[in-house]
Design a binder for this molecule. Structure first.
Ligand code: ADP
Length: 561
């Protein structure tokens, strides 16, 4: 390769000369101010960081070379017109751009773009205001940089938790917008984050600004007036109250999507339920899985289980307590005998179920009696409240925070299962049945054992289905460990596709493979997606390749991984 001149990026965007790139960067500096443009010039600027200090340039949990999924530069707009100007500039220069809000997206690629050398559009750095919290309507309106932790602090500082609760995922550092648009989940009754969003403001690939749902209707009674910038107009008073507005409902095309940049989003908050009790139920035998899931289904569908509960494998809870080296010297996955011993030592089950009761005491008591009676059918089931588990790093006490919308960072610990711990998530969807759960678990364990990696997994139970979340922990400084992790996820995707189990979300490296499993009727859905993509983004500059959708301007066969 030619020697690089100062100012050249480590990774140029595709088909872009060094001069062209420099001209682009100069214009970007004029738009956002030079302090908001950072060109990655050297390998040593690709610092992985950690969850608390994430990088904005590449995938911290790199599965390939650190510089493969890396951006050429990051640009942080200060407001909506600058996002629009950046989209116009990228179109003019034919340079791909990858938006992110915070860039944590841990296990799915972090801030990294799918196409090496894309511009990382860092929305969270400067656009991070809580625009409104409305306690009567129980909703908030936020910008991309608002994290769960920020929102929690906002509610605390303004004494609003007495009125409304937030739903949070396992870790509190991600953005409310980034998580919802990726269709992430939390664990309270409001756990389906996309279901609970209401109203978007979106910059389209050509720089146009739209509001969805009721937001499309100007509202003079709310203060909408001529002369204000569109993005500064107060929203319609029902924008965060009614999702659909009039005509086709477009919000869905902006999730897991390359069709727009979400710059404002409404999210419903849960009214403070007036009482709360978290609990854990442990089940002693690996074989209890089938019966536990069969008991969960009717309770969840009827909403006796009010929240998104989780049934966690012992290995997940063991990994939160200690690294693998604490339990064994062996490189192999833990055996059943080892797992039984660990369960005994930690006083946990082979499966551990975490849920919560919401409402005043009489309501909680009724629900608890039904739940207790139902699970008591399993021999050896044990029931705990947080005060029954005073031990250090008690997972129940952490979950007791999460399930009432208080963000924590405790679940980070399982990433340290291996040295230089990094991870990928494998997350297929299935029916809530004992047969599905047992078969998925067997397949997962078999493949994990073949790869010499641990099956750290849990079942996250939604309204009518389960997300089976498998955390594939690998050593990111060990090329053999990376190779095995990639083999494992690729093999599991194919194995599960045979049973009609598809993933709900995935890492950059396997987006193409998974997109290809959703291929009903000769890939008809992909053809529709491509048609929409090519029509809204004719030059293919916004997040090309995201979720397997390649614009016409890319030769797909040479990009698919
Ligand atoms: P987190 O907020 O959890 O750190 P990210 O900011 O990394 O998550 O976002 C995860 C993914 O979601 C990004 O890679 C991008 O594809 C998409 N995304 C995030 N924010 C936006 C946004 N404001 N508009 C459109 N897509 C977004």
């Amino acid at each position: 390769a030619a020697a690089k001149a100062p100012g050249d990026p480590l990774v140029l965007p595709p088909n872009t000369s060094s001069d062209h790139f420099r001209n682009f960067i100069n214009k970007a500096r004029e738009i956002t101010g030079p302090e908001n443009v950072f060109v990655v010039e050297r390998e040593d600027q690709l610092v992985d960081g950690n969850y608390m200090e994430p990088n904005k340039t590449h995938d911290m949990h790199h599965l390939f070379d650190r510089s493969y999924f890396a951006s050429s530069a990051t640009v942080a707009p200060r407001n909506v017109p600058e996002v629009q100007a950046m989209m116009r500039l990228c179109n003019e220069f034919d340079i791909p751009v990858w938006p992110f809000s915070i860039g944590r997206n841990t296990g799915y690629g972090g801030a990294a773009p799918r196409v090496p050398g894309s511009i990382g559009l860092n929305l969270g750095k400067n656009m991070n205001r809580v625009l409104e919290v409305n306690t009567d309507g129980a909703y908030a309106l936020v910008e991309p940089g608002v994290t769960y932790y920020d929102m929690h602090q906002y509610l605390e500082k303004n004494n609003l938790r007495e009125k409304v609760w937030l739903d949070v995922p396992d870790l509190g550092g991600g953005s409310i917008i980034g998580n919802a648009v990726e269709r992430g989940v939390g664990y309270s009754p409001y756990g389906d984050h996309w279901m609970m969003h209401c109203g978007l403001e979106v910059v389209l690939p050509n720089g146009e600004l739209i509001r969805t749902g009721m937001g499309a209707m100007p509202d003079r009674t709310a203060g909408h007036r001529d002369g204000l910038r569109p993005d500064e107009q107060p929203g319609n008073r029902a924008w965060q109250l009614f999702n659909y507005g009039f005509g086709p409902y477009n919000d869905g095309i902006f999730t897991q999507s390359s069709l727009g940049i979400v710059v404002k989003m409404g999210i419903w908050l849960m009214p403070n339920p007036g009482g709360y009790q978290a609990y854990m139920i442990t089940f002693p035998r690996d074989e209890d899985l089938h019966q536990v899931i069969e008991i969960i289904r009717p309770l969840r569908v009827q909403m006796v289980l009010q929240n998104v509960p989780t049934l966690r494998s012992l290995s997940m809870d063991a990994a939160v307590h200690h690294p693998k080296s604490y339990y064994t010297d062996s490189d192999a996955a833990l055996t059943d005998a080892q797992l039984d011993k660990i369960a005994k030592d930690l006083d946990l089950g082979r499966w551990n179920f975490y849920g919560a009761l919401y409402g005043p005491e009489p309501i909680r008591n009724v629900l608890w009696s039904v739940i207790k009676e139902s699970f008591s059918k399993i021999p050896g089931a044990k029931f705990y409240f947080p005060e029954d588990r005073p031990e250090e790093n008690s997972i129940l006490r952490t979950r007791a925070q999460t399930l009432q919308g208080i963000p924590t960072y405790d679940e980070l610990r399982w990433i340290d299962w291996l040295p230089n711990g990094a991870h990928l998530f494998f997350s297929p969807i299935s029916k809530i049945t004992g047969d599905d759960a047992v078969l998925q678990y067997q397949i997962t364990r078999k493949r994990c054992e073949e790869a010499g990696l641990e099956a750290i997994c849990d079942f996250v139970v939604g309204m009518r289905e389960m997300h089976h979340i498998v955390c594939i922990v690998f050593n990111r400084e060990d090329s053999e460990s990376k190779r095995r992790a990639l083999w494992l996820i690729r093999t599991l995707i194919d194995d599960c596709a045979k049973y009609g189990w598809g993933e709900y979300r995935t890492h950059l490296a396997v987006m193409d493979q998974i997109a290809n499993t959703y291929n009903f009727n000769d890939n008809a859905q992909m053809k529709l997606n491509e048609q929409i993509k090519n029509s809204l983004d004719p030059k293919g500059i916004l997040a090309p390749g995201k979720n397997g959708i390649w614009p016409r301007s890319y030769h797909k066969d040479s990009w698919v991984l």
